[in-house]
Design a protein around this ligand. Structure first.
Ligand code: TMP
Ligand code: ASP
Length: 237
C-alpha cells in the first residue's frame, strides 16, 4: 500500500488517497476543535491517542458483527480505512442527558434516559450541524428511508456493545456520534470513535473524561483520554 496525495483535511483528521482506489489513509492530527471550529488548539499526543483508541473500538465493534471502515493501524497517527460514500448525517445516541439536549429541552445534566434517545443532525459547520429528522433526510436526499433504518439499528447495536465495555471499566458512556457510509452497497460505520466524539464519565464521581474537558476549559484533556484508554486496556506509545 502506497500513500498518495491528501484528499481533504477536516478539523482533526486528514484523508489521503492510496494506490488502492478503495482504500484511504486517515491521519489523526493533534488539532482539536469545538463549537464548529470556533475554538481550536493543538493538544500534544492527541493524534496518537485517538488513532489507537479508534482502532481498539473499531476492532471491538467488528468482532460484535458491526461492519466498519477500519482495516489496520499503519503508524502511531495513521490508519488504513475503506473508502466509503458518506451520508452527510450524524447519528447521536444518548444514555444520559448532557450537552445540546439539556440546552434544547431544559432537562438536567446527568438524568438517565430510558430508552436511550436517537437523534439525527446534518453535517454542516456553517449551519452549526442543525438537528434534522428522517423525513427531512429523505426529502433532501441526504439518506433514504432504508439507509436511515439501518443506520439507526447499527447505532443502537453499537450502544449495546460499548455501554457494557465502558461500564465494565468503571465508566458511563453518556452519548456519542456516529457517521456512516456505503461500501459495495453495504452500510458501514465510518469516521472515528474517540473521546472527541462521545461523552464518557467516571461511574462513581461522574468526572468528565472526554472532549467536554476541552469545550469547558477543564484542563487535563489528553490525560483524561489516556486514562479512559488505559482503563479499557489500550496500550499507548
Ligand atoms: P451534543 O450534545 O452537542 O448534541 O453532542 C452529542 C454527542 O455527539 C457528544 O458526545 C458530541 C458528539 N457530537 C460530535 O462529536 N460532533 C458533532 O458534530 C455533534 C453534533 C455531536
Ligand atoms: N466536533 C465539532 C467541532 O469541532 C463539534 C464539537 O465538538 O463541539 O466543532
Amino acid at each position: 500500500m502506497e500513500k498518495r496525495e491528501a484528499l481533504y483535511s477536516g478539523k482533526a483528521k486528514s484523508v489521503y488517497r492510496t494506490d488502492d482506489p478503495d482504500r484511504f489513509v486517515l491521519l489523526f492530527r493533534d488539532d482539536t476543535s469545538a463549537f464548529d471550529g470556533e475554538k481550536k488548539e493543538q493538544l500534544a499526543r492527541k493524534g496518537m491517542v485517538n488513532n489507537r483508541f479508534n482502532a481498539f473500538i473499531m476492532e471491538k465493534l467488528e468482532a460484535a458483527g458491526i461492519p466498519t471502515h477500519f482495516e489496520k493501524v499503519l503508524s502511531p497517527v495513521e490508519s488504513l480505512v475503506k473508502k466509503l460514500d458518506m451520508f452527510p448525517v450524524e447519528c447521536v445516541v444518548r444514555n444520559y442527558a448532557a450537552g445540546s439536549l439539556c440546552r434544547r429541552l431544559g432537562v438536567e445534566e446527568g438524568q438517565a434516559l430510558q430508552p436511550p434517545t436517537f437523534e439525527l443532525f446534518l453535517k454542516n459547520d456553517e449551519l452549526h450541524d442543525p438537528m434534522i429528522n428522517e423525513s427531512l433526510a429523505e426529502t433532501f436526499g441526504w439518506a433514504g428511508a432504508d439507509d436511515l433504518a439501518q443506520m439507526k439499528a447499527l447505532t443502537y447495536k453499537v450502544n449495546e456493545v460499548l455501554k457494557k465495555l465502558f461500564d465494565d471499566a468503571g465508566m458511563l458512556l453518556v452519548d456519542y456520534k456516529l457517521e456512516f457510509g456505503r461500501f459495495n452497497g453495504q452500510i458501514v460505520l465510518g469516521d472515528e470513535f474517540s473521546p472527541d466524539g462521545c461523552r464518557i464519565w467516571d461511574k462513581e464521581t461522574r468526572k468528565k473524561m472526554d472532549k467536554d474537558r476541552f469545550r469547558q476549559g477543564l484542563g487535563e484533556v489528553i490525560e483524561a483520554y489516556e486514562e479512559v484508554g488505559r482503563r479499557l486496556g489500550i496500550q499507548f506509545d
